[in-house]
Design a protein around this ligand. Structure first.
Ligand code: NAP
Length: 246
């Protein structure tokens, strides 16, 4: 079976991508960092619906974990697709009040994590390496454009890097059968919106998207699965806003 690796597949957008990906016929490798129960719940939902999935713990910021994830996922079948959904917002508040460890971790997970996973995916998918092609979708953010002042400018910067990674890598491997695109969610109703000690950003910004409401993980997953599919065969290097007009 064609395998889809979803980093951060235990919760939120990644979990919705894992479930929809399984429905579309992929065997899904559900990666997670620490929430084994959430990862198992995603896998169970896929099994209950007749799909194929397995959970794989691994920190995307750690090269050894990423290599181990890609090797282990091969037992599900040859890699066909990667969705880089693992991400954190990092320290909340002004930059001049943020601790360096939190800032580093944000960049390491959001940027290095996606870069390392893209590297491992290209090694397997690219015709240059004997692969048969495939597709990658990276999770950017509207924060890359909005900048998120007073909240998390480092997160916004890390997501700007995702836009550049997507455009550059797409052009690098375009003739090798690999398409690389990004989805930039706006305000999506997931755990990431709950800021410890501050509260829910959903409560604060619920009506700010022009469409008048936050989006769902499932709505975001639909866009991602389209970009992975053959229906998007001429789409590469695209950065698609899934933001209700934000
Ligand atoms: P979420 O509900 O908080 O889920 C985050 C996921 O990332 C979890 O599965 C978590 O695993 C995983 N993760 C965190 N650190 C990791 C690490 N070091 N290694 C592997 N996995 C790790 O977040 P979400 O809303 O689904 O966000 C998914 C992506 O969309 C992120 O890249 C985020 O920046 C982006 N995004 C989201 C929104 C939004 O409004 N929700 C908007 C713009 C962009 P555990 O369960 O083990 O903790």
């Amino acid at each position: 079976m064609a395998t889809l690796i979803v980093t951060g597949g235990s919760r939120g957008i990644g979990a919705a991508v894992a479930r929809l990906g399984a429905q579309r016929g992929y065997a899904v490798a559900v990666n997670y960092a620490s929430n084994a129960a959430a990862a198992e719940a995603t896998v169970r939902a896929i099994h209950d619906a007749g799909g194929v999935a397995e959970a794989f713990q691994g920190d995307v910021a750690a090269e050894a974990d990423v290599c181990a994830l890609f090797e282990a996922a091969e037992r599900l079948g040859p890699l066909a697709a990667l969705v880089n959904s693992a991400g954190i917002v990092g320290p909340y508040g002004r930059l001049d009040e943020a601790d360096v460890d939190g800032l580093r971790r944000t960049v390491e997970i959001n940027v290095m994590g996606s870069i390392l996973c893209c590297r491992e995916a290209v090694k397997r998918l690219s015709t240059r390496h004997g692969g048969t092609g495939g597709a990658i979708v990276n999770l950017g953010s509207m924060a890359a454009e909005l900048g998120s002042p007073g909240e998390f400018v480092t997160y916004a910067a890390s997501k700007g890097a995702i836009d550049s990674l997507t455009i550059g890598l797409a052009r690098e491997v375009a003739k090798e059968g690999v398409r690389v695109n990004a989805v930039r969610p706006g305000l999506i109703d997931t755990d990431i919106q709950m800021i410890p000690g501050v509260g829910s950003r959903l409560d604060k910004f619920a009506t700010s998207p022009p469409i008048g409401r936050p989006g769902t993980a499932e709505e975001t997953a639909e866009a991602i699965l389209w970009l992975l599919s053959d229906a998007a065969s001429y789409v590469t290097g695209a950065v698609l806003n899934v933001s209700g007009g934000r």
